[in-house]
Every structure is written in C-alpha cells, then in structure tokens.
Write a protein that binds this ligand. Structure first.
Ligand SMILES: [Mn+2]
Length: 373
C-alpha cells in the first residue's frame, strides 16, 4: 500500500514555539530513503499567536482553518487508497487526521500514545492551549468547535485508548472517566510490559471497528532521552519501550489505517536525539505500510496465516476431538499438519488429517490464537 507523508507544521496549539518547524526537518531527513508522496502544510507566519493568559481558546480560529485544509487533503488521499502518515506539529493537528479516517472508514478506534490525556474541554482547560483538547474533540466529547469541518462519525470513546499517560489534570481525569476512555499509564507499561499493554489497546480499539488510528506523541518518552518536545514530562518511557510500542503497531498494521507522529520540536532538541527517534519511528511505519496491501494483509504468508486463524473453531469441550499428531515424512517436504474443519462445515466425529504443504511457511500458526480481525 502506498503512503503519503503529510507535514502539518503548526505550533498554534501550544504556548511554546518550535513544533511548527518539526515536519520540515523530519521530511528532509526522510528524503534519503523515502520516495513516496508528500504534501506539507505550514502555518501562516503572519499569524500573531495568542499569548494572553486568560484566553481559553488560544488561536482557535487559525487552528480550525489549518485543520480543515489538512482534513480535506488527507481524505482525498485516503480515497485514493493511500495510507496517511501525519508529521506534526503540535497535537491539535491530529483532529484532522483522525477524523479524516473516521470519515472514510465510518467506525474506527484510536490509540493515543502520549504523556498527556489531551482530553480537556474549553471549560476544563487550565492553559487554553488547544493541543490539550484534541482527543476529546475526536471522540465527540464536547469541543465540537474543533471539528466543524467534519460531517461524519466521531470515534466512540469506548474504542479510545491512551497509552503512557502520566500527567492528567484533575478535571481532565473526570472527563476521561465520564466519556469511558481507557487509560494505560506509564506505570502500567513499566509493570505489565509494552506487549501486554499494546495488545489490550488494540483489542479495545479494534472491537467492532473497521480500523485503528494511531497517534504517537513524542513526549511519551522520557525527556532525558527525547528532549525535543514542547511540554516534557519526567519519568517517561525509554527509547526501547517507544520502539517496542511501534513494533506492536507494526504487528497490528493490518488494522491500522492512519498514523501520526507529533510534537517534535527542533528548538528544544539536544544533539538531534529526538529527531533520530522520530525518524526511526516513522521509517518503521513506512516500511510496514508499504508491505501491506489495501485489504490490510502484510504478505502472502501472513495473509494465509490470518485466514487460517479465522477459520479455526475451538471444539466444544464435550466433543473435543482426539488430535493425532502425524509425524513428518522422512522426505524434507511436504509436512503433514493437523487441521480442524472450518466453521461452515459440520464438525466431524473423527479429526481429519489434511495435508497442507503451504502451512510449512506458517509454522508459528501451529497453535493459532483466535483473532478478531
Ligand atoms: Mn499530545
């Protein structure tokens, strides 16, 4: 599947300057290996950013205008069967990318990897910085002013998961609880490990949905390792954990329909540490998306594996068939494998042994898990 890199250079959603030049920097880094399509949006440099402490709607009009243009461009490209990878910019730009996917695929889930909840409303925001509001806007929790350009479904908060949170405002916590969003904290990651958390996240986000939008905010990483963000929070995850989160995204790439990498702020970076992490994250996603076809399957072998998994129906306890292990023949190929009948056909009284030479290529599938696809 082809990708399109969408640069969204805006820092209107945050009081700290610099995130608006992040996408251009990352985009030029990508040139050495990325030959696919790209479009870029940069905020109008004549805009005078609101810095009024009592302003609870800082730069709302200009953010909406910016997002509206990105939304239209992304939607056009999704309709043209491209997978959008949005480079931010402060996190307010994710309203455009997430809702463009929601418009196209009607019901999607969202995984929001972030130290913050980004779930404030205009009533609960302490700072008036709109990058603290996008997830609420995307999931239809108030903030309708931030999505006037979108005439489709918002994302069901029950399919929304935050991963890596460690700085939530008290009122924001209430919003999250009230809306029904699942929150996994940085502590949860440390205790249960990335793989367990991400598999739960994908389970929640893909439950009865047609796809998952992933939004990766670099501030989830500890600022000693990734200082190039506008609002750093201490005690974050390690670079290895961040890469592992992305690896889990790649593992579930069949479900993922769009991806953001946001909040890279070159003015705050040290020794280009954050930039290198960002490029590695994006490169992983590009590689994975280019391997998948438009139906979401990654390659023939995996496709077969997925089909095989779906067809397996665990026998009911009382009719558990005896499984006969057929030893492999002495000839190197093909190997016989025990297979159960697909769901459509009646369950046989005797287990059947079916020779399926293709399954040699999908050895890990020998003990398949049932997966909701
Ligand atoms: Mn964020």
């Amino acid at each position: 599947m082809k990708t399109i890199i969408v640069g969204a250079g805006s820092d209107l959603g945050v009081h700290i300057d610099g995130a608006h030049i992040g996408p251009a920097q990352l985009s030029s880094d990508l040139q050495s290996f990325y030959k696919g399509d790209r479009i870029s949006f940069v905020q109008d440099e004549n805009i005078l950013k609101s810095r009024n402490l009592s302003d609870r709607r800082k730069n709302e009009y200009d953010i909406d205008k910016f997002n509206s243009a990105i939304y239209k461009a992304i939607l056009e490209n999704i309709n043209n069967e491209a997978f959008p990878i949005l480079l931010g910019g402060d996190h307010s730009v994710a309203v455009a990318s997430a809702l463009a996917s929601a418009k196209k695929y009607t019901d999607i889930g969202i995984i929001w990897i972030d130290a913050h909840g980004d779930f404030n409303t205009f009533d609960t925001t302490v700072t008036g910085n709109i990058h603290g509001l996008p997830l609420a806007a995307i999931t239809g929790y108030k903030n309708h002013e931030l999505r006037y350009f979108h005439d489709g479904n918002t994302i069901n908060p029950e399919n929304a998961v935050i991963v890596g949170a460690r700085s939530l405002d008290p009122a924001e916590k209430d919003n999250l609880k009230y809306a029904g969003v699942t929150v996994f904290t940085t502590e949860d990651i440390k205790e249960q490990g990335v793989e367990a958390i991400m598999s739960k996240a994908f389970e929640i986000a893909s439950k009865k949905t047609k796809g998952v939008h992933v939004s990766f905010d670099l501030d989830v990483i500890d600022p000693s390792l990734a200082p190039g963000v506008s609002v750093p929070e201490f005690d974050g995850i390690t670079v290895e954990e961040a890469m592992e989160i992305n690896k889990q995204v790649v593992k579930h790439i069949d479900k993922v329909v769009s991806y953001d990498l946001v909040e890279y702020n070159p003015l705050r970076d040290l020794e280009r540490k954050t930039e290198q992490i960002a490029i590695n994250l994006v490169a992983q996603i590009i590689k994975a998306v280019e391997k998948k076809d438009k139906y979401g399957k990654i390659d023939l072998t995996q496709q077969q594996a997925e089909q095989y998994k779906v067809k397996i129906v665990p026998p009911k306890e009382e009719q558990q068939p005896e499984v006969k292990i057929v030893p492999p023949t002495e000839l190197p190929q093909p190997t016989a494998t025990v297979t159960e009948q697909p769901a459509e056909t009646p369950i046989p009284t005797q287990p059947q042994v079916i020779e399926t030479p293709m399954q040699q290529q999908v050895q890990p599938v020998a003990q398949p898990e049932i997966q909701r696809l």
